[in-house]
Design a protein around this ligand. Sequence first.
Ligand SMILES: C[S@@+](CC[C@H](N)C(=O)[O-])C[C@H]1O[C@@H](n2cnc3c(N)ncnc32)[C@H](O)[C@@H]1O
Length: 286
Amino acid sequence: MQHDQITTIALALELAIDRLADIPDTIPRLEAEVLLSALLDKPRTYLVAWPEMELSPEQRDSYISMIERRTRHEPIAYITGCREFWSLNLEVTPDTLIPRPETETLVELALEYIPQTDAMAVADLGTGSGAIAAAIASERPLCEILATDFSASALKVAARNFRRLGFNNVHTSAGEWCQALPPGKRFNIIVSNPPYVAEGDGHLAHDGLPWEPQRALRSGDDGLDDLTRIITGTPEHIASGGWLLLEHGFDQGDRVRSLLEQAGFSTIHTSQDLSGHDRVTTGHWA
Ligand SMILES: C[S@@+](CC[C@H](N)C(=O)[O-])C[C@H]1O[C@@H](n2cnc3c(N)ncnc32)[C@H](O)[C@@H]1O
């Protein structure tokens, strides 16, 4: 089909489904609809209801460019500029990791330690798009949340998300792990989903990971460099009775538990994500 023949929603979808057919692990119709509904700023049901609706030449060119980006395996979230997490629509850019569903396990566990009526101090280290901090802010409006990252560009995206979602109780701070926390300040809850993929892990070449910021993913030969730095840094910043919650790889639970034990944490426990994989380890600062 020639590009100038793409005059309607139905024809645009037809072309896109054809082009996307070769991308592994995709549902071409779904992706074609998600991209077109993002471009038109309409729900997918609109595309079904109005197949004969005409596209402007600008809309057609933009859609073709979106499909071309996708055929180069660029993740959909970077093409549309957004991703849903905890039912919140978050802006994402190539400066931020695309929030993953398994990180909702970390949020669920953190909420168990934050009573609705308490104004706890919470830190989210390595906030990226702000996903974890935003999810906690949406559920616990009384908390004061500090979201940190060493990437100034990621923090700008996070700050825009907090502002757009109306979360006035979330602030940002730039810096390396615990160095981004105000000296002497102690938090009731510290959460982090740090980089935890080992250098040389074959997954880094697949599933769109090459498009994501590599410093959001890679963490030394065994994937534990950043988890270790966070665990050794938190005792200076966690309040007595506080909790540290860390997301990690499915095969890192035992090593994270022993790092927490060495650092003086107690009541250490690893929880599984919805796929049954070890995903979050929690430690208590007594
Ligand atoms: C796996 S991503 C998690 C992003 C976000 N929290 C989420 O769950 O979607 C890790 C984040 O840690 C940040 N990061 C990496 N190294 C860091 C460091 N040394 N100090 C602070 N932040 C760091 C990255 O910029 C990235 O935003």
